[in-house]
Design a binder for this molecule. Structure first.
Ligand code: HDE
Length: 711
């Protein structure tokens, strides 16, 4: 290892080294109380006689029970359900021109990070795949202290001013009289809030789009949403917006699949992340910044401080400045994911705030909420929250203080300790707030520059592909269709008529109210290509394929395909009626590691059915195999079949199968993502086509009938 690499390795490990002394592995130990007293029996309480009452003096019973009674802490008021992972961040090249942030200077430095992904509305035990915004919060443990980029996977927000946050969250959370519905926006109070606050229009478009049902945490973007500032060594500032761009592209589930997954595997996203990291398939995200010069603050047709607006990428390009790799799973969910405390106000020199009124309110809320959730002012001492930079100040005491602060002096300035700890100068990386000139009358009013609530909602609509538009309309049908108050539904149609007339008419059709009577739209005709997921990175790597087999399967064929898929970095599960060894027609065996009872097509990106007459006739008998094929088809997933396997597709009445002859060149692909071949030798062309089709993520053409998207 050369010197540079050593430096890099050690910088990456600094956080873990700090965590290490706190980790306890209880292997080969004796059971003790919290006082370290060895316990002789933990299964029986101390009683007065065999059948007598438990005694007060049973300190082990009392301690064990008391600790258990106090095991829970309040869940987060929003973003309660989350999942974390460790990793590191590396900048591509020095960002000196733009910011003095130390972790954005040296490409050799690996800054440790901890990331927590989350849903917003559901409680801690709710499902991963609900329709919701996803949180994407990153704590950078930099040499200059902790920097938190507390982001979401949607680039804008519901409201323009933080003072409305309690209102929007109250409207969105389960209704307070009966606590229904869980983790869902499909209810009256939320839509009442929406129609009463047209500034929500743009966010609703994103929330009802595919963005709100991601395929994986590994396949979603992150956005800092609020406008921040970069400040360089010379004190020059620029407005900045932060982006995370996943190296696997941005991909989503389909709604029916997401709903079913919520029942079949509520942990779908956390499991996916956990398994990917365990397998060494480390998720990577590039950090991007959009920058606007201070003098261009007013050059746009939207206010750059309005958090319900994004900066279209074709207008303000995203500069990719570094990469984050998540390469280590947490050791303990509670200690790390639950106790981590993010704060939009945790910044380091070189990063500053703007007057975005949503951000300004966030700067208060995060610290405030942690004080209750983590019981007092010392939560920064919890291992996961500790900076790797030294902490020295005159703050003292409070619940659960860990640090033993020595000496008599706990004030500043002082002479008894040489004025230590003393303030650091700018050169010593003391944080100096950007000296923005601020002047004005105290006023409770929204800036007029925030008045346009619809133009970017139309821009978003214009930017979607036909399939994405169709998904959005269907999402309206589900969400607003679940609203009981008919008047509210009508008002939703009127409100979204201001975004686009055709959209409003389509919404009306599905929810039993009248189409709009006035012409709709904003007149915006532009679109922003980066918004559509059709234009994202498309890769097959790390995708999961289900292979259906039963006794009598064609060994050569199935094993060739499975090996090819695995060598291309895809995950394969062999699925059968029962778990265990399955014999091929020739007597070889493969193990079915999943059964119809333990899995379903919704758990996979693609399906493959190999040949073998006996295997296929058995599979044909089971309704589960037809459901498997049916769901894979309905959810627009790649389906491949070889030889007799094709018969199962026919039995399941899959449309779009094109038959190929016995000549190996006759493998057939079409834009429906159904790939079949009848051959006895070469499966390479078949697997190549399959991998290519899987990389497309989904085959939305299946949603077209007669050249039109079906309703
Ligand atoms: Fe948050 N937000 N938020 N938020 N937020 C919280 O802090 C708040 C907003 C975001 O994994 C809370 O520790 C206000 C935007 C994430 O632990 C709370 C406003 C964005 C997480 C809070 C917003 C976010 C939170 C709840 C509007 C995207 C989870 C528990 C003024 C940029 C962090 C907690 C984690 C969590 C307040 C709006 C992202 C109450 C007042 C915009 C990812 O402090």
């Amino acid at each position: 290892m050369d010197k540079d690499q050593q430096g890099t390795e050690s910088s990456e490990n600094k956080k873990n080294e700090q965590l290490e002394p706190f980790k306890v592995d209880h292997k080969n130990t004796k059971l003790t109380t919290n006082q370290g007293v060895r316990v002789s029996d933990t299964d029986d309480s101390l009683k007065a006689g065999d059948r007598g009452p438990t005694l007060m003096e049973d300190f082990h019973f009392r301690e064990k029970m008391t600790h258990f009674d106090h095991e829970r802490i309040p869940e987060r008021v929003v973003h309660a359900r989350g999942f974390g992972a460790h990793g590191y961040f590396q900048v591509y090249e020095p960002m000196t021109e733009y910011t003095k942030a130390s972790f954005l200077q040296d490409p050799n430095v690996k800054t440790p990070v901890f990331v927590r992904f989350s849903t917003v509305v559901g409680s801690r035990g709710s499902a991963d795949t609900v329709r919701d915004v996803r949180g994407f919060a990153t704590k950078f443990y930099t040499e200059d202290g902790n920097y938190d980029l507390v982001a979401n996977n949607i680039p804008i927000f519901f409201i323009q001013d933080a003072i409305k946050f309690p209102d929007v969250v109250h409207a969105l959370k389960p209704e307070p009289h009966n606590e229904i519905p869980q983790a869902s926006a499909a209810h009256d109070t939320f839509w009442d809030f929406v129609v009463s606050n047209t500034e929500t229009a743009h966010m609703i478009m994103w929330l009802l789009s595919d963005r709100a049902i991601p395929r994986s945490f590994r396949m979603m973007e992150g956005f800092g949403v609020n406008t921040f500032r970069f400040v360089n060594e010379q004190g020059k500032a620029r407005f900045v917006k932060f982006h995370w761009k996943p190296k696997l592209g941005v991909h989503s589930l389909v709604w029916d699949e997401a709903q079913k997954l919520a029942g079949k595997d509520p942990d779908f996203h956390r499991r996916d992340l956990w398994e990917a990291i365990n397998m060494g398939e480390y998720p990577e995200y590039e950090l991007g910044v959009q920058m606007i010069e201070e003098e261009d603050e007013f050059s746009f047709d939207f206010d750059i401080l309005d958090p319900t607006k994004f900066w279209p990428e074709e207008m303000v390009p995203v500069k990719l400045i570094g990469k984050m790799t998540l390469n280590r799973n947490q050791d303990n969910f509670f200690a790390e994911t639950e106790q981590v405390a993010f704060h939009a106000g945790n910044v380091v020199p070189g990063i500053d705030f703007s007057n975005d009124p949503l951000l300004q309110g966030r700067l208060f809320s995060y610290l405030d909420t942690q004080l209750l959730r983590l019981s007092g002012p010392n939560f920064h001492e919890i291992p996961i929250n500790r900076p790797i930079a030294p902490v020295n100040n005159n703050q003292r005491d409070g619940f659960h203080r860990m640090t033993i602060d020595k000496g008599a002096v706990s004030y500043s300035p002082n002479t008894l300790r040489n004025n230590s700890p003393e303030p650091a100068s700018d050169q010593e990386h003391g944080y100096v707030h950007y000296m923005e000139k601020v002047e004005g009358q105290k006023i409770r009013r929204r800036s007029e520059s925030f008045n346009d609530h619809f133009s970017q909602a139309t821009l978003f609509w214009n930017s979607l592909s036909t399939a994405e538009k169709q998904h959005l309309i269907k999402a309206f049908h589900f969400e607003v269709g679940s609203v009981k108050d008919k008047n509210l539904k009508q008002r939703v149609v009127e409100m979204f008529n201001q975004v686009d007339g055709k959209l409003a008419a389509e919404i009306a059709k599905g929810i039993g109210v009248n189409p709009p009577t006035t012409p709709g739209g904003t007149g915006v005709t532009a679109s922003s290509p980066a918004v559509s997921q059709e234009n994202t990175i498309k890769l097959a790597r790390t995708r999961k394929v289900a292979v259906l087999i039963d006794h009598g399967f064609a060994f050569d064929e199935v094993s060739q395909v499975v090996t090819a898929l695995q060598s291309a970095g895809l995950g394969v599960d062999l699925v059968s009626k029962q778990l265990g060894m399955i014999s091929s027609a020739e007597g070889e065996q493969l193990e079915a590691n999943k059964s119809f009872a333990t899995t379903g097509a919704i758990m996979y990106d693609a399906l493959y059915i190999g040949g073998g007459a006996q295997s296929i006739s058995s599979l044909n008998l089971y309704s589960e195999s037809k459901t498997f094929v049916d769901e894979a088809f309905k959810h627009a997933k790649t389906i491949g079949a070889t030889n007799e396997g094709i018969e199962l597709l026919i039995a399941a009445q899959v449309q779009g199968i094109t038959f190929a002859g016995p000549d190996s060149n006759d493998h057939v692909v079409n834009d429906l993502g159904i790939i079949t071949i009848q051959t006895d030798k070469d499966f390479k062309a078949f697997t190549d086509e399959m991998i290519h089709a899987i990389a497309q993520h989904r085959h939305w053409m299946r949603e077209f009938k007669d050249g039109k998207l079906s309703g």
